[in-house]
Design a protein around this ligand. Structure first.
Ligand code: V0D
Length: 258
């Protein structure tokens, strides 16, 4: 049942993944992991498939990595699914992307509920098509009391716009007297961002060989460890995820002393 690619099955565990997972759980697991899921288009091109085939394959990887993150005891997994820049893509590609949340949730929401996962999102939701908002809103509502992993989708998210909106709200609150200029600490400003309910990420993963942030969580990533890989997102698997966390834990052990 629901067992197409169960990494714990003996014959599907050739590299000792299970042992590595147990090892990881004995050390400090990153509480918040953020992922820039890049390379779906390139994955498709390599196979002479339409770009949307890469997006569709990438969607299944989100499910796979969510399951493992939850198993590892990760608190929050933020995945960058659609940036404010992505509207510039061909309309047919954007239309396809906007149907992915419904397909993802139609297939996987029952499992996520069963696994105690909470679905959240950051981004400018009101600009998304009604049908997309409805699907995501329903998933958030149905999982709001879950206490396992928070799966946080960044949808129509852009960090500079988020920061400017925060600044605008601070100005309003100072003018109206709700807020004093002297109280504008880093912590106070963080509460004006879309991520106010989350800790800053401990680990950022970006796939597909690009070494940049592309307007993702610029404020929140100030102290985050970065892990980049050439692997394209649809090819990203449990082993790669485990490798990223092992690298994180190695750095913690080397530099994290007191
Ligand atoms: C395409 C790779 C899941 C990156 C993953 C609307 C780009 C697959 C969702 C999703 C996308 C979003 C919200 C939700 C449930 C699922 C998703 C988009 C793109 C953009 F509540 N995958 N996915 N959303 N891709």
């Amino acid at each position: 049942m629901l067992n197409k690619m169960n990494p714990w099955k003996k014959d599907q565990n050739p590299s000792g993944l299970r042992e590595r997972v147990l090892q990881i759980k004995e050390h400090e697991v990153p509480s918040h992991i953020a992922i820039i899921m890049d390379g779906n288009g390139r994955w498709a091109k390599k196979r002479a498939l339409p770009r949307v085939a890469g997006h569709h394959e990438g969607m299944k990887v989100v499910r796979k990595i969510t399951r493992l993150a939850n198993e590892l005891g990760v608190n929050t997994l933020t995945v960058y699914a659609f940036s404010t820049e992505n509207w510039k893509r061909p309309k047919m590609e954007v239309d396809f992307l906007m149907k992915l949340p419904e397909e993802f949730l139609g297939t996987f929401l029952p499992e996520l509920i069963e696994e105690n996962v909470r679905v959240e999102m950051i981004g400018y939701m009101d600009k998304l098509p009604e049908h997309t908002q409805k699907a995501v809103g329903k998933a958030m509502e149905e999982t709001k009391d879950n206490t396992g992993l928070t799966l946080n989708f960044a949808l129509n998210y852009g960090s500079r716009a988020e920061i400017l909106d925060g600044v605008r709200q601070v100005l309003k609150d100072v003018k109206s007297g709700i807020m004093s200029e002297n109280d504008l600490t880093e912590e106070a400003f963080s509460s004006y961002l879309m991520t106010k309910d989350f800790k800053d990420p401990d680990l950022l993963i970006r796939t597909s060989g690009e070494i940049r942030l592309s307007n993702f969580m610029l404020w929140q990533l100030a102290y985050t460890e970065f892990w980049f890989t050439d692997v394209l997102w649809p090819d990203f698997n449990e082993e790669h995820f485990v490798e990223a966390i092992e690298a994180f834990q190695g750095r913690q052990r080397r530099f994290g002393g007191v």
